[in-house]
Structures are given as structure tokens and as C-alpha cells.
Design a protein around this ligand. Structure first.
Ligand SMILES: [Zn+2]
Length: 300
């Protein structure tokens, strides 16, 4: 009920704001409903287990703990050393990638695949009349992070290697008309980013867990359905990864699609069973295991 009232107030505020700004149509869309199940007894194919019907066994190496969209990077968990080859592009030199948003300066770098996901999201925002987005920071190499750390100090920046910006999956998003906390762009993202695989990484009510002050501009890509599950359960990435580890398997149904999400600890000889149809993704958690996300056959 409280949430509903809050949503209503936000809508009223936005309508008021919209009226003052040449009446753009500002709509807070409803998020798709997520049904999460936490089966107590599950078909969780453990190491050395019997392959499931229509499944085959693959080996998971320790290196896979440190790759993927769900890596946890914070004060305790630095970016993996000697990580993946960076594919970040300088956006000012790739005008074709800069569609529907502006860049704060010419130094912004991001991977083209992440920019495309961001562009899809803000395309939806534009349909709702919200279209004054600026990217103010993207991928930072360790040198740039160190420069920032020296300038801003430990209260406002993380040391090189401990910032999500060093991972290349985060971006700082601003608005050209107001501070993000008040801007329609900030409000739209806070409500809708979850539908596009992005999460508000440092919410105001989770500072004790994230160790980072509220940052209404910092969004992180984790992919679907994880972002929607985190929103539905009001979890930040630290909590979500702990939750998966504890539950080992959950299922989530969104828009008639059911996903199975499995956590596996990874040691030297880990094998897991994955579906024959290949509709799965593996991401490490950057600590001790991998998360396997399986798209279940709709008629299964
Ligand atoms: Zn940031």
C-alpha cells in the first residue's frame, strides 16, 4: 500500500513537472510481474550428478568465477586481475553508438554491447516523454580510477580496482535538466531500469550493505531476469548473490518465460549439467562460484 501511495505521489509530481516542461507525456510504466519460486526439493544436478534428460555435462573452470555480468565488485572484492580483454570503445569516436543521449565529455568509454542495451532502455524512456539523458562516466581504467581517487579522496571514490566502473558494466547517468534525484530521467530509471537488465546499484536504504552512499546516477548491468528479481525482492547485488548461494536454485517467471537460476560452487573439477538446447548463460560471482541461468522451454 505504501509503495502504491509513493508511486502515486511520484506520478503526481511528474505530471506537475511535465506540465511545467511543455507538457511531455511522463508515464511510470508498471514493471512486469515476476513470480519467484524457491523449491525446497529441486532437481539440482550436483557435481558428478546424473545428466538430466535433454542435458549434457560441461566442465566449469575456476576462471569462469571471474567472468560474466553478475560479478560482485566492492570494497572487499576487487576486479579480477588479468581479466577479460577490454572491448570498451571511446563513444565520442563512435557517433553511431550515441543515439538519444549526450556525453558529458569526450573521455567516456563503454563496450558497444552495453551502450546498445542502454540505448534500448532510454528509447523506451523517450516513448514516455523522458529524454534528457547524459552519460557522465562509463568504463574507467585503473589509471583513471586512481586519478579520481587521489582527487576525491576515500569518502567519494574507490581505489583503483575496487570500483564497478573498472569492470565496464556500470555507468553514471545524468539529466541535462535537473539533478538525477529530482529529474524525470532519474525517476524513470529508478522505476524502469529493472525491466532492461539494469539495477540502481547504490539505493538510499542499502548504504549499510553496499558501503556506498546513495547514488541516484549509478546504474549497473546484470541482465534479465536478475534485475527484475532483485527489484521484486528489494535486494542489492551483495544480497542477491548471497540469496542464490543459500537457495542454490530458484525459478522466476516473467512475461510467460520461466528461468531456472542455479548457483554452483566451483572447485578444480567442477562439472554441471546444462540443457541440450543451449539456452543458458553462465556468470561467475567473483568470489567462489558460478550462476547458471537457464531459459526453460515454454512447453516443458
Ligand atoms: Zn558510478
Amino acid at each position: 500500500m505504501k509503495k502504491w501511495v509513493f508511486g502515486f505521489v511520484v506520478v503526481l509530481l511528474l505530471i506537475g513537472y511535465g506540465a511545467a516542461q511543455h507538457k511531455p507525456k511522463v508515464v511510470i510504466a508498471e514493471l512486469p510481474k515476476v513470480v519467484i519460486e524457491e523449491p525446497s526439493k529441486v532437481n539440482h544436478p550436483v557435481q558428478g550428478g546424473t545428466p538430466q534428460k535433454n542435458g549434457h555435462t560441461i566442465a566449469v573452470t575456476k576462471a569462469q568465477i571471474y567472468k560474466g555480468d553478475l560479478l560482485l565488485v566492492n570494497k572487499e572484492h576487487p576486479i579480477p586481475s588479468g581479466g577479460e580483454e577490454s572491448e570498451e570503445a571511446s563513444l565520442s569516436r563512435h557517433g553511431e553508438l550515441v543515439q538519444g543521449f549526450a556525453l558529458l565529455d569526450n573521455s567516456i568509454r563503454l563496450s558497444p554491447s552495453l551502450v546498445k542495451k542502454f540505448a534500448t532502455m532510454i528509447g523506451a524512456a523517450a516513448n514516455d516523454g523522458v529524454n534528457h539523458f547524459i552519460i557522465s562516466s562509463g568504463y574507467r581504467d585503473e589509471e583513471k580510477q586512481d586519478e579520481l581517487y587521489q582527487q576525491m579522496g576515500p569518502d567519494y571514490a574507490l581505489p583503483a580496482g575496487y570500483s564497478e566502473h573498472n569492470l565496464g558494466l556500470s555507468l553514471d547517468i545524468g539529466s541535462s535538466i535537473a539533478e538525477m534525484n529530482r529529474a524525470p530521467e532519474g525517476k524513470w530509471l529508478k522505476n524502469n531500469a529493472w525491466s532492461y537488465g539494469f539495477i540502481l546499484r547504490y539505493p538510499v536504504d542499502k548504504t549499510a550493505i553496499t558501503g556506498i552512499q546513495f547514488e541516484p546516477w549509478h546504474f549497473r548491468y546484470v541482465g534479465l531476469p536478475h534485475s527484475l528479481i532483485m527489484q521484486a525482492k528489494n535486494m542489492v547485488l551483495e544480497e542477491y548473490l548471497d540469496y542464490l548461494k543459500k537457495k542454490k536454485t530458484i525459478t522466476a517467471t516473467v512475461n510467460h518465460q520461466t528461468y531456472e537460476i542455479h548457483y554452483y560452487p566451483v572447485s578444480n573439477n567442477t562439472t554441471i549439467t546444462v540443457p541440450e538446447n543451449g539456452r543458458y548463460e553462465i556468470s561467475g560471482n567473483n568470489t567462489d562460484g558460478v550462476i547458471v541461468t537457464v531459459l526453460r522451454d515454454q512447453d516443458a
